[in-house]
Design a protein around this ligand. Sequence first.
Ligand code: BTN
Length: 351
Amino acid sequence: MAEYPRGIKKKYTPKGKQGRVRKRENPDVYVLRCLLQASPHFVSGNQLAEKLKMSRVGVWARVDKMRKAGLSIEASQNRGYRLAGEPNLLVYPLLKAWLKECKTDCPFYLFKKTDSTNSEAERLLAEGVETPFAVLSHQQDSGRGRMGRTWHSPKGGNLYLSIALRPNVEIVKFRNFTLWQGIAIGKFLKVHTGVQNLLVKWPNDLICNNKKLGGMLTEASIDCDQVRSMIFGIGLNVNSNTGDFPKDLRDSSVSLQEASGMSWRLHELAARLIKTCLEASKECLSKDSDAKLLKEWKEMDFLKGKKIKVQSGKETYTGRADGIDHSGGLRLKLRNGRARVAHAGKVSLIL
Ligand code: BTN
């Protein structure tokens, strides 16, 4: 259970534009929005009832239902309600309320279990669902990683998120998409959590303290040189104990909780992550994004100057990592002094 700041004995009144119940707004989302705005103070049950045009008992019943869904909402006779904590599993109305707090109006689909959020997004795109939208799940049965690998996706504490877009841009605009997202997510996580040793390993790993914190997978459907639709998926170890991961992942994985020594509110993190990814998508797919990418990559490049091995198909070669080129390829300085650019393949460190 991740906690919210403890209450000061002041009562907050929902007011102004933010205090208004929006058209067709789900009452649970409204209550949670008010609790978030009031945090760490209390919100009066009377005020909520008045705004929602329902009885105090009606508000109480809604709060009780949300408690059963795992939210910890404190109630006090004189002061009203206060959000005290949230579970390690996403709850629909709280994520919706956080997205509104972040001023991000992105529709999302939340599953208790799915094969893969990327596959789920693919099916929704095929049904014609309007973009952008996000798909999240408490767990994945067949979480996918790069190069046919699986992504370990246990229930509770981690984020499995996919964002679907129909950008209609040329393929060249798309080739650096994952690198661009990696930089944006890495920078966001540094600011949000204060964890500093956070880098991106070409092309799709988020690295913290030399261990894997998250992975990204971008999949696209291309038609006549245009990217018609794309799905950006990210798996992030947040509050998990990587000591419980399968043996082969245990030593090479880390969670945000382990890196920072504290647990993180999953709903806030998911909402801010969705906002970050949507903003980064816009920037990446806009004109002139390549120069900025080259500059920013230098600050987030985990491999820079390290001795590495690239395995691509049947070929294996080694060299020193030397940043990326304008097409997002990984530059290597080979032993014979020549340069080579890798566009695909498995990259490992030579220790
Ligand atoms: C990798 O490191 O190889 C990429 C891992 C990407 C995992 C995420 S979890 C959410 C989304 N759904 C998937 O099936 N994969 C991505």
